[in-house]
Design a protein around this ligand. Structure first.
Ligand SMILES: Cc1cc2nc3c(=O)[nH]c(=O)nc-3n(C[C@H](O)[C@H](O)[C@H](O)COP(=O)(O)OP(=O)(O)OC[C@H]3O[C@@H](n4cnc5c(N)ncnc54)[C@H](O)[C@@H]3O)c2cc1C
Length: 460
């Protein structure tokens, strides 16, 4: 006889864990299946281990910059296996904490792949047992997508394997121009690897503000990262001691490691979507409404598997809103506008709201304020780097509709600017806020001169 639950969650990642805990708190009988490790992508092989590697890579600048501030250091040495072992220990600790939190919340965890047999029945792959559920929540996340099957693709790693390389490569080629590609490019660059980034588009960071893209590219190139755009890897050959990578623009690059960060695809395969009758949306994820309800009324989907805004805090919010809606008697739609986000490259990027181009398409009048300056810390250090900031303002309402930062601590800054943008703060509100001096963030409240005004002809 199959076990009966109120809610069966497929996937114990960011969204699934939150939904399971909150639903259980409302009194639902909840079971969650996880086929790999509790915590999901973010904790096990995404945001958290990535940020730990980012911290490791940034010591290189600190050691270099210290000389300008009077320090004399013996030559620093870096050991990759030590970093990876310490990182793995911390991830194991976090996984245990997530498991303990689910246990405390009385959520039953099954370490198994789960597949839907119909809208109310789930099969556990490890034991073959079935579970009957009133509601099913699909929170299966996404997987690296390496693109087409080119010769030598077997030599390529994704971000999953990058976290577990046995040794630090001396030379790496990273294909991709998105945030994961660029974060790993700066991690490896900071740790002393020679890095080549190959991207098929015109410029890196597609979808970000054009000036952010150009500024970041310049900064990465100053750090010695080679960025080759408008080309792709066409094949790879393993030679005795290296990998020969052939590019579409006929250049060969010899490296020790090739990594592709060419996108992620929702985990929709072999989870029984057809059997349950769950429909897909246009972007390849599970189609859902604003309450994360799928085409089958008792089946919901949250997080990366829906391919809406693929970030951890969004998956968590969607999971919480689902539980409030279905078990808490509080129908809670999720608003996906003005989601602040960061790229933990070196320098960092932090953005919220509309880009200049998006604002020009959406609004009749747009005012732009921007500033480029040398961070104070770089002066004595003698470091050649510049910070870039831009405010995008609705010219008619004075509302700040976008903020874009490239520079140290951009991620920390944009979290707080995100509050102001969400509250619909105006440029006058920014101006009325006293500066904190001396900081980089003060620039955001002291930009007096418009650098451009765009007026849409037809609207005026
Ligand atoms: C390298 C990298 C860096 C990132 N950095 C950031 C960042 O800095 N900030 C940020 O906000 N986001 C970041 N992300 C994105 C973030 O990790 C995801 O948006 C987030 O984890 C999505 O949560 P989720 O709950 O949808 O899925 P996941 O966290 O991916 O969880 C899905 C879980 O479901 C399990 N699963 C799948 N199928 C089944 C099945 N059939 N049965 C049982 N279990 C199953 C998987 O094993 C997985 O554990 C990063 C991602 C990567 C890859």
């Amino acid at each position: 006889m199959s076990e009966k639950v109120d809610l069966f969650v497929i996937g114990a990642g960011s969204g699934g864990v939150r939904a399971a805990r909150i639903a259980s708190g409302y009194g639902a009988r909840v079971m969650v299946a996880e086929e790999y490790r509790v915590g999901g992508t973010c904790v096990i092989r995404g945001c958290v281990p990535k940020k730990l590697l980012v911290y490791a890579s940034r010591f290189a600048d600190e050691f270099e910059d210290a000389a300008g501030y009077g320090w004399t250091l013996s030559e620093p040495k870096f050991d990759w296996p030590t970093l990876i072992a310490n990182k793995d220990r911390e991830i194991a600790r976090l996984e245990a904490a997530y498991t303990a939190n689910l246990d405390r919340a009385k959520v039953k965890i099954v370490k198994s792949r789960a597949v839907m047999l119909d809208p109310n029945t789930i099969r556990l792959a490890t034991t073959g047992e079935t579970v009957h559920a009133k509601h099913i929540l699909i929170a299966t996340g996404a997987t690296p997508h390496l693109g087409g099957d080119i010769p030598g693709i077997g030599y390529v790693i994704s971000s999953n394997e990058a976290f577990h390389l046995p040794q630090l490569p001396k030379r790496i080629l990273i294909q991709g121009g998105g945030y994961i590609a660029l974060e790993f490019a700066t991690i490896f660059n900071g740790l002393g690897t020679e890095v080549t980034v190959v991207y098929r588009g015109e410029n890196i960071l597609r979808g970000f503000d054009d000036e952010v893209r150009t500024h970041l590219r310049g900064e990465l190139e100053k750090r010695g990262i080679r960025i080759l755009t408008k080309q792709v890897v066409v094949r790879m050959e393993k030679l005795d001691h290296e990998l020969r990578v052939v590019l579409s623009e006929h250049e060969d690059v010899a490296v020790d490691q090739a990594m592709f960060a060419t996108g992620r695809k929702p985990n929709i395969e072999h989870i029984g979507l057809e059997a349950a009758g769950v429909a897909l949306g246009q972007t390849g994820g599970i189609a859902v409404n604003e309450f994360s309800q799928s085409s089958v009324p008792n089946i919901y989907a949250i997080g990366d598997v829906t391919n809406r805004v693929n970030l951890t805090p969004v998956a968590i919010r969607e999971g919480h809103a689902f539980a409030d809606t279905v078990y808490g008697g509080k129908p809670t739609p999720v608003n996906h506008s003005d989601v602040p986000t960061a790229v933990f490259s070196e320098p960092e990027v932090g953005v919220v709201g509309l880009t200049e181009a998006e604002a020009c398409r959406a609004l009749a009048k747009v005012d732009i304020y921007k500033s480029t300056f040398r961070p104070l810390k770089a002066t004595l250090a003698g470091r050649d780097t510049r910070t870039f900031m831009k405010l995008v303002v609705d010219g008619h309402t004075d509302r700040v509709v976008g903020c874009h930062i490239v520079g140290p601590e951009a991620g920390e800054m944009i979290q707080l600017i995100g509050v102001a943008v969400k509250m619909k703060a105006t440029k006058a509100d920014f101006d009325a806020t006293m500066a904190v001096h001396p900081t980089a963030a003060e620039e955001l409240v002291t930009m007096r001169e418009k650098s451009a005004t765009h007026v849409r002809q037809a609207a005026e």
